[in-house]
Unconditional design. Structure first.
Length: 407
């Protein structure tokens, strides 16, 4: 184990207590009864054990945005009955449990939930009954931007649900004046998923997420980190690492709506380090359109392409390889193909790897022994759970020798 102490984080305020948890109505925040400082220490210990090759001095202080009011997206199950809906989660019996006062949601979301319930009650639409496999209203997804603007998405089964919501958009805007984007998603199938493929826009097109030096445009089906304060710090840390590396070119694989690419490009292009070629690759064409819009508005020279990140990298010519690669993959990690490509891509001098799963990160790193772990930092994106985000800076060993234990 590392000899330097764990980050001495002492959260302000009283411990968070949750009546839903204590009553057994919701157990999603599995660690809420553990003092928050202990949660953070346990997450950092876990990452240090899995990433033992990080030098002791390479561990930067863990970052937390606080233990409450942090979640910028609520995925609310619609339960109850027509005219008296519940908004929250599914209970053990497959029926809805109302959680409109959940303390981890951003205040703008909590404030909107009662008005959303009022709106849905007035539609007369019946909530979807999972055990009976009938009903109309499935979910309401609410996303909050830093300034309090909201994106509202209603997931329904049929055209009838779409029509009733469309006809009442004016009333919805009266009830929730902060709504900047309103859409209806159709999910007719009896599936355990959160949304279908068809999205009908009723107001606006994207939610503007101010992230410091750049604003990102979040469309209804785009991915974005669930904790805005932590996401800002994560992007800032990656930008600081990039400034140290001073690459002439970088790729952001799994770029989403362009958060890493744009934040790093802005920092590098504004540092006087000379021109920097920036390329983002993302499977979602909608997310790529959002990234291009953000780049144009910010005056950042960056290119974004829709495609599979691994296939893109494997097809690249050696002379086109960047000096820095940023990867922010799903929980499964980048996998053996992309890890093997990074190991062999000698022109890639640095890698910044942001992971929501330290186990898959450690597995991927085993396949890249010539990339030396220089620094690492834990970001508590998901308080009161065992989930976390950890980012590492890798530097290619010029000798090509492995620096990992057993390498």
């Amino acid at each position: 184990m590392p000899t330097i102490p764990l980050t001495p984080i002492v959260p302000e305020g009283k411990p968070l207590r949750c009546g839903y948890f204590e009553a057994g109505a919701c157990r999603s925040c599995t660690l809420i009864e553990t003092p928050y400082a202990e949660q953070l220490r346990a997450k950092e210990r876990r990452c240090r054990e899995l990433l033992a090759a990080v030098p002791d001095a390479g561990w930067l202080p863990a970052f937390s945005g606080g233990d409450r009011d942090f979640r910028n997206k609520a995925k609310l199950v619609v339960g109850g009955r027509a005219g008296d809906v519940a908004l929250g989660i599914l209970g053990p019996d497959g029926r809805g449990v109302d959680l409109r006062r959940c303390a981890i949601q951003e205040p703008a979301i909590r404030a909107a939930i009662p008005d959303l319930a009022t709106f849905l009650n007035a539609t007369g639409l019946p909530p979807y009954d999972v055990p009976a496999r009938r009903g109309e209203l499935k979910f309401v997804h609410v996303t909050a931007a830093p300034g309090g603007a909201l994106m509202l998405r209603f997931v329904v089964r049929t055209e009838e649900g779409l029509g009733r919501i469309r006809a009442r958009v004016a009333r919805l805007r009266e009830l929730v004046p902060r709504a900047a984007v309103i859409s209806v998603n159709l999910l007719p199938e009896h599936k355990a998923v959160l949304e279908g493929e068809r999205e009908e826009m009723l107001l606006g097109s994207s939610l503007t997420m101010g992230m410091g030096d750049v604003s990102l445009h979040l469309r209804p089906q785009s991915f974005f980190q669930t904790n805005t304060a932590v996401a800002r710090e994560l992007y800032a840390q990656a930008a600081a690492w990039a400034a140290e590396c001073r690459p002439a070119s970088l790729w952001d694989l799994y770029c989403g709506v362009g958060g890493f690419a744009l934040r790093l490009a802005g920092a590098l292009q504004g540092s006087g380090a000379g021109p920097v070629e920036v390329l983002g690759v993302e499977l979602s064409a909608a997310a790529v359109r959002s990234a291009r819009r953000s780049a144009e508005e910010a005056g950042i020279a960056a290119t974004f392409e829709a495609g599979d990140a691994t296939a893109f990298a494997l097809d690249a010519a050696p002379e086109d390889l960047p000096e820095l690669v940023v990867v922010n993959p799903p929980r499964r990690g980048i996998g053996p193909e992309l890890a093997g490509w990074l190991e062999e891509a000698g022109g890639v001098r640095h890698v910044i790897y942001s992971s929501c799963n330290p186990e898959s990160l450690a597995r991927d790193l085993e396949a890249m022994p010539s990339l030396r772990l220089r620094q690492a930092r834990v970001f508590d994106m998901f308080p009161h759970t065992g989930h976390l985000e950890v980012a590492v800076l890798l530097e290619r060993d010029p000798s090509g020798a492995s620096t990992r234990p057993g390498g």
